[in-house]
Design a binder for this molecule. Structure first.
Ligand SMILES: Cc1ncc(COP(=O)(O)O)c(C=O)c1O
Length: 347
């Protein structure tokens, strides 16, 4: 597969000499060394040493699990960090732009704007699906990245795979398919497409179904040249030792994760069915994730009422096409039951 990274990323960054720790360059892996290179406190605890900057062991396990090569994996401090790194890496501030498909995950725009990168918005069409024609007609030489989260946040639906494929095929920049909620989806991951589309990057996270939001661990999978580029521009120790350890354990606990996912999906169906009886709910959008987008008569009023009862949901009404909606995450069965009884009491 021929792939020329120079047409995708900022050229001056390709020449950047990355930060390397002495340990990375000179340590003899098989031998016990006296480590006097990094000004750490030598008294041993679980975390007195800096973590492995390349997270080799974790990547080996992930490679086996996700069926990709180790050099196709980039790990980040949550997907949020990957999103900002790929924007920094590909977009010239004040000149280039990213394309997003609102209503969409908010961090794409926030990250781009933080770095002075413009944002081109192509809203979704009916049933919250991609407007492939307008997306492709809108691309220019300055369009460097398209972000497609599927299942989508805040709408909850998955995009048609043919549409995603048409965007990847028709776009000359990089397409980031954000699979943060993939474990909940009826549509499997498209990670196997990496072998045919070198301009595709998939990102996933340990924050949602994997139950490790507090550990901040995101994964990006892509052509090895893109991964190697991301590794050059990352901060040296972006993944901490405690998160690496927790992730290694979690990878072995996928039966538990699958059980939790099954419960959450059945709870989601339960909430969805109940909502149809509530007279101030006008619509519950069909979801392929662990949350529901729900249209109310007056979302601001209902949001405040729920807060009074001690329930925090997300007001998603400011998103295009989501007027009067709240986004409700699926909680524990007893929490969902409480939510349902509160909604039934509200007037
Ligand atoms: C679509 C999507 N991508 C990425 C993220 C962020 O994930 P992380 O916690 O790994 O930064 C979220 C969080 O809500 C999300 O909804």
């Amino acid at each position: 597969m021929t792939f020329d990274i120079t047409s995708y990323v900022r050229s001056h960054l390709l020449k950047l000499k990355p930060y390397r720790s002495a340990r990375e360059e000179y340590a003899d892996k098989g031998r016990e060394m006296i480590l006097l290179d990094a000004n750490e406190n030598p008294y041993s605890s679980e975390i007195n040493r800096y973590p492995d900057p390349m997270q080799s062991l974790l990547k080996e396990r992930l490679a086996a699990w996700k069926k990709v090569a180790v050099n196709q994996i980039y790990l980040s401090n949550g997907s949020d960090e990957f999103i900002s790194q790929i924007i920094i890496g590909c977009c010239e501030p004040g000149k280039d732009h990213i394309i997003i498909v609102p209503p969409t995950f908010g961090m794409y725009k926030v990250s781009a704007r933080t770095y002075g990168v413009n944002v081109n918005e192509v809203p979704l069409i009916e049933n919250f699906q991609l407007d492939v024609e307008t997306i492709l007609n809108n691309t220019k030489p300055e369009s460097k990245l398209i972000f497609i989260p599927t299942p989508n946040n805040p709408t909850g639906n998955s995009f048609n795979l043919e549409d995603i494929e048409a965007v990847i095929k028709g776009f000359s920049g990089l397409v980031v398919v954000d699979e943060a909620y993939v474990e909940f989806s009826k549509i499997p991951s498209i990670i196997s497409w990496l072998s045919k589309y070198p301009n595709l990057i998939i990102c996933q996270t340990f924050s949602k179904a994997q139950g490790m939001a507090g550990a901040r661990l995101g994964m990006a999978f892509a052509h090895h040249d893109i991964i190697s580029f991301l590794n050059r521009i990352k901060s040296p120790y972006n993944i901490n030792s405690l998160s690496i350890k927790a992730a290694l354990k979690r990878i072995e606990e996928q039966d538990d994760v699958n059980n939790q996912v099954a419960i959450l999906l059945s709870e989601r169906n339960k909430i969805e069915q109940t909502l149809s009886d509530i007279n101030f709910v006008s619509k519950c959008f069909s979801s392929d994730a662990n949350f529901l987008l729900v249209k109310f008569d007056d979302s601001y009023l209902r949001y405040k009422q729920l807060l009074k009862y001690g329930v925090v949901v997300r007001n998603s009404s400011n998103n295009i096409g989501c007027e009067n909606t709240l986004r409700i995450s699926v909680g524990l069965p007893e929490e969902n039951d409480k939510l349902i009884s509160i909604l039934r009491t509200m007037e």
